[in-house]
Write a protein that binds this ligand. Structure first.
Ligand code: RIB
Ligand code: CA
Length: 321
């Protein structure tokens, strides 16, 4: 059997983070999910941590630890996105008490310890980040040698041809902590970046969410409800077009890389201008001064992504409803 990919999943659930978590947790044969780390972003750090525990319950994966992380960005004032995710952060999903809470230990400490072990065992880790990149930046700033334990970063964030979704020129994850994003984009390891240019091609149309709901597993029913919540938000455009499926894209890429096409680039982030804070300057032109360490997703196979979701959310894989 092919060795499973070692993964840390850093997120701010968040409706689309929750669908991405359900996918990652269903892929137990392909992904060795070493831990979920959560960060303040869409909603507060306390809520993102609780929400990750609730999603873990739905997927019946109590084997995966959840570590709560940074409560605010590196430098700028916190900015949430509750208007896209509902007060709880999980849309209109029923909210109870998680069966199990977070594992003691800060997310940054967990990331650092896990990367040190990756270096010792030469089993490098892919770090998926679908929220503000605060936790990962803090870990690497504390000990830059930790990058030797990173196989790659797979991040949802940024925008080039699509323009921004929080301001005219910046996408939320980068805007929420531009300093952290700039640090990770320039830390050295290759970054597979799924910005709005790609995620806007992957739409959760009603036909697609209906098909997922019909699978009947707990994960499928929860994912469909989360996607339908996003579809109903006026900010996501006409319901029939479907809301963009942002955060599941990096996980879908881990499971089926052929679903995406990339262009190599260098990315700098605006960290000071009030007008363009969080803008990602995606530079495709090669130059000796700028390492082209980022792979910018330019194309996504939307049908392929939803076929993948259906495969992994099928009852056999995702727990009976
Ligand atoms: O711009 C989309 C991103 O911002 C997604 O990660 C969503 O969860 C929000 O965090
Ligand atoms: Ca997110």
């Amino acid at each position: 059997m092919k060795q499973r990919r070692a993964v840390i999943f850093d997120c701010d659930p968040g409706v689309d983070d929750a669908v991405a978590l359900l996918l990652a947790l269903a892929a137990r044969d392909e992904l060795d999910l070493l831990g979920i780390t959560t960060v303040a972003g869409n909603v507060s750090a306390a809520l993102t941590a609780r929400n990750a525990c609730l999603i873990r319950d739905i997927a019946d994966r109590s084997d995966v630890p959840v570590h709560a992380g940074a409560q605010r960005p590196l430098r700028r004032e916190p900015v949430e996105a509750g208007h896209f995710h509902g007060e709880s952060g999980l849309g209109d999903l029923p909210i109870g008490k998680p069966r199990e809470g977070v594992t003691p230990g800060h997310a940054v400490d967990f990331i650092a310890t896990t990367l040190r072990s990756a270096i010792d065992t030469s089993r490098h880790v892919c770090i998926v980040i679908t929220g503000p990149m605060t936790n990962v930046a803090l870990a690497l700033q504390r000990d830059p040698r930790l990058i030797e334990g990173v196989e790659c970063f797979a991040i949802m964030g940024g925008a080039r041809s699509e323009g921004g979704n929080i301001t005219a020129s910046s996408e939320y994850n980068i805007h929420a902590d531009p300093d952290a994003a700039h640090y990770v984009f320039n830390a050295g390891p290759v970054v597979y970046a799924f910005g709005l240019d790609a995620t806007h091609q992957v739409r959760a149309t009603p036909a697609r969410t209906t098909r997922i709901h019909a699978l009947g597993s707990r994960s499928a029913v929860a994912a469909a409800r989360l996607l339908e919540f996003s579809n109903a938000l006026p900010a996501n455009g006409p319901r029939e077009h479907g809301a963009p499926l942002h955060d599941p894209c990096p996980i879908a890429w881990l499971l089926a890389p052929q679903l995406f096409r990339f262009r190599p680039c260098h990315i700098d982030v605006e960290v000071d201008s009030p007008l363009t804070l969080g803008h990602t300057a995606v530079e495709f032109r090669a130059s000796s001064e700028r390492a082209q360490n980022v792979q910018w997703a330019i194309e996504a196979d939307a049908d392929g992504v939803f076929d993948l979701l259906e495969r992994y959310f099928a009852a056999g894989r995702s727990g009976k409803a």
